[in-house]
Design a protein around this ligand. Structure first.
Ligand code: CO8
Length: 259
């Protein structure tokens, strides 16, 4: 499948990589790009060989937000009737295998929201995160006011959403928005290394871990713990649980069959 706004490749046959590619607009996220991104991620998700995905951009920009030029002309009726955002922005949330955001440069507005929709963010030291929609007379529209406070707490999320200021990589790591910060030159390798580690684990266990961590944001503690326990119990029905525990006991490397 050929794409116009993204580049798609695999590494080691088991990691799917999507590079956002609208350099002239700092990877501004237009409708076509979001549709292509969703299609590419869904195809990787359905590919049994793929165990983890990476979404990344360029050195200068992960994505500088939704495409303002495309949005500027819309009326309320256009965005409401056209189901703007929900139609193709939430696809990444439906992906069941892990998706890592490897962020360099600007991750603003919808770009920051896209990174937050991924399972975790690895940032280059030049990364800048922000929700500057307030400067455009609107507010975040792809989950920013909901996912940012869950990631960094109310005070900093309010600060970002109300002032529109940017957060650098150091502050983002301190606040818990990103899991790791590395020099830009090491970003691709760091993200790939993490993805390869994940891809070698049992896909069933990896998917269950993702599902269970995400449940923490949707449920109270008791319900979440019970959800986790049921998944934990269910994994004892897999070959990979037998293999993982047998391999540990035999002091050898586990060879998971994702079954
Ligand atoms: N949309 C469209 N084009 C953009 C965008 C954008 N978000 N960001 C940058 N560009 C374009 C510029 O217009 C410029 O194009 P041209 O060369 O043709 O004039 C090119 O990219 C380079 O940008 P700059 O010349 O501005 O580069 P600077 O280094 O001077 O500045 C900035 C970089 C700070 C990133 C600046 O470009 C900027 O502030 N961009 C806008 C950031 C922003 O406001 N993002 C939020 C957008 S709103 C949003 O994301 C809402 C999400 C809600 C969900 C969306 C559902 C559809």
């Amino acid at each position: 499948m050929s794409y116009e706004n993204i580049e798609v490749r695999t590494e080691a046959g088991k990691v799917g990589i999507v590079t956002l590619n609208r350099p002239k607009a700092l990877n501004a996220l237009n409708d076509a790009l979001m549709t292509e991104l969703g299609e590419a991620l869904k195809a990787f998700d359905a590919d049994p060989a793929i165990g983890c995905m990476i979404v990344t951009g360029s050195e200068r920009a992960f994505a500088a937000g939704a495409d303002i030029g495309a949005m500027a002309k819309y009326s309320f009726v256009d965005v409401y009737k056209g189901d703007y955002i929900t139609r193709n922005w939430e696809t990444v949330r439906s992906i069941r295998k892990p998706v890592i955001a490897a962020v360099s440069g600007f991750a603003l507005g919808g770009g920051c929201e896209l990174a937050m929709m991924c399972d975790f963010i690895i940032a280059a030291d030049n990364a800048k995160f922000g929700q500057p929609e307030i400067k455009l007379g609107v507010i975040p529209g792809a989950g920013g006011t909901q996912r940012l406070p869950r990631a960094v707490g109310k005070s900093k999320a309010m600060d970002m959403a109300l002032t529109g200021r940017m957060m650098d990589a150091t502050e983002a790591e301190r606040a818990g928005l990103v899991s790791r910060v590395v020099p830009f030159e090491k970003l691709a390798d760091e993200a790939l290394g993490a993805a390869l580690v994940i891809a070698d684990f049992s896909q069933v266990a990896v998917m269950a871990a993702k599902e269970s961590v995400n449940r923490a944001f949707e449920s109270g503690l008791s319900d979440g713990v019970m959800f986790e326990r049921r998944l934990f119990h269910a994994l004892f029905a897999t070959n990979d649980q037998k293999e993982g525990m047998d391999a540990f006991t035999a002091k050898r490397k586990a060879e998971f069959t994702h079954s």
